[in-house]
Design a protein around this ligand. Sequence first.
Ligand SMILES: [Zn+2]
Length: 488
Amino acid sequence: MCGTTQSRILHYYGNRHAFSHQATLCCSRMAAACQRVRSSLPLLVILGATGTGKSKLAIELGQRLGGEIISADSMQIYKGLDIITNKVTPEEQQLCKHHMISIVDPLVSTYTVVEFRNKALSLIEDIFGRKKIPIVVGGTNYYIESLLWKVLIDQKERNISPSETWEDTVKASPPNLKKELETLDSQELHRRLREVDPEMAARLHPHDKRKVARSLQVYEETGIPHSKLIHQQQQADGGGPLGGPLRFQDPCILWLNADLAALDKRLDQRVDDMLDAGLLDELKDFHDRYNQEKVVNKSQDYEHGIFQSIGFKEFHEYLTMGDHFTEEDRQKLLKKGIEALKQATKRYARKQNKWVRNRFLKRPGVSVLPVYGLDVTDVAQWKESVLKPALHIVESFMKGEKPALEPVKVDYDKNENKRSHHVCELCDKIILGDREWTAHLKSKSHLHHTRKRRKLEAKECPAEQKRDAQRAEATRENPDGADTLTTV
Ligand SMILES: [Zn+2]
């Protein structure tokens, strides 16, 4: 409530689109100022897992309210693979203007989030300038975060992509660091980081070699510990533990979500629809044009650019099988590809929803944005349960009013520390995060090590043996606890 009130005032004081200072008025004064708010166009963001109908809603809202759509999808940005990346059709693009779709050559493997951000921000300014609503639809987590929060540290013109690999990191490092990165193992690199930036070292797992290297790089190039730079960003007006301050004041955020079973069913159906729409021809054609040669040279790479698309690598075996394969084998590989595609799509949908929960609904700090949830489970009720409330919410924002619907609320422990550092000497493991630590203490592997240790101690001290047996018995009664940990 307070956040919303505060942002309305900032409208009133002007410059809502490139806002960068924080109001410190108390709530009652804000409420008074609220009365004088004038209306203005909001930035509209439509979130939702794949298959929740974001594009459909975006087009409807764009047509009715006068908007233009900016796709925030790191695969749709590339030319090609239109079916598998689920691009809007040319007919749909006729209904409402779309941007950021099919603008990068498929052989480019280095399109970065910074390039996306810069282009999308200038589009947003342009659309606002034409008195229309920019509608960001996505998609890709880090694309959307880069637009809503000032989260990226621009470091000496070098753009960091989250899909950057170890080799990319090494290549981009200054010569003396490059040598270290090539020769030292992850433990030694972590030790190096501990010397120059102990705070960052404590936040990173030694196994996370790429992030460790990245922090060493920042120190090497700027002479300032990475953790200190992050603190500076967080302490900027409106910054929070996850990064910098908000870029746009009071964006309108809609989140489409569905009952999981219903969504799974819809996603399976969508894969079948894609097959009907010519998915296999699309994949074969794309493979022949861009991938076949790489496969022959054994240089295929499913980690970069459009080649990471869900649904391309899943058909690798099918697309690369030789002429000697029997029809039966072909059908088997095809079926395997389709099944893998269905599984990967469902996994991705869960990941996208988890991101909305963690980075929006449970976001720590002050730069938290209200998110309005819309239930898309029942397709037959779409107009009533999705379109109508969505129109109400956006129109309220346009008038500078509070929507009658409440944003999504989630109960969570605000004090939980996700980056806290724990060492389990018994298991020889480093565990980051309070919740992970609690889970570790209950995990099978930890209990196993506990029992082993007690047995050892009992051997050294037989008098302990009886008590040990009793304790072990008690432990066995509590056998659950997830074990999702990494060993040092
Ligand atoms: Zn342990």
